[in-house]
Design a binder for this molecule. Structure first.
Ligand code: SF4
Ligand code: SF4
Length: 64
């Protein structure tokens, strides 16, 4: 599960474009993770500000 720290989000949109199931939305600067999230953690890795954190343990090998 991905947690969003809204105060840290710089609204860059990088995670939105990177999500392979298109489940990240930003509306009025509020970022939400949708139910389709499969906890690949790519967004957690790429966020430049540390606004996203994962509670699902180690990074899955998403290249497979
Ligand atoms: S990558 Fe990080 S800073 Fe950029 S929109 Fe996503 S959560 Fe916000
Ligand atoms: S963990 Fe993966 S599937 Fe979930 S929101 Fe981030 S990029 Fe999308």
């Amino acid at each position: 599960m991905v947690h969003v720290e809204q105060a840290l989000c710089a609204d860059c949109g990088g995670c939105v474009g990177a999500c392979h199931v298109d489940c990240i939305t930003i509306v009025d600067r509020f970022l939400a993770i949708g139910a389709a999230c499969d906890a690949c953690n790519v967004c957690v890795l790429l966020c430049p500000t540390g606004a996203l954190t994962s509670s699902t343990g180690p990074l899955r090998d998403w290249r497979r």
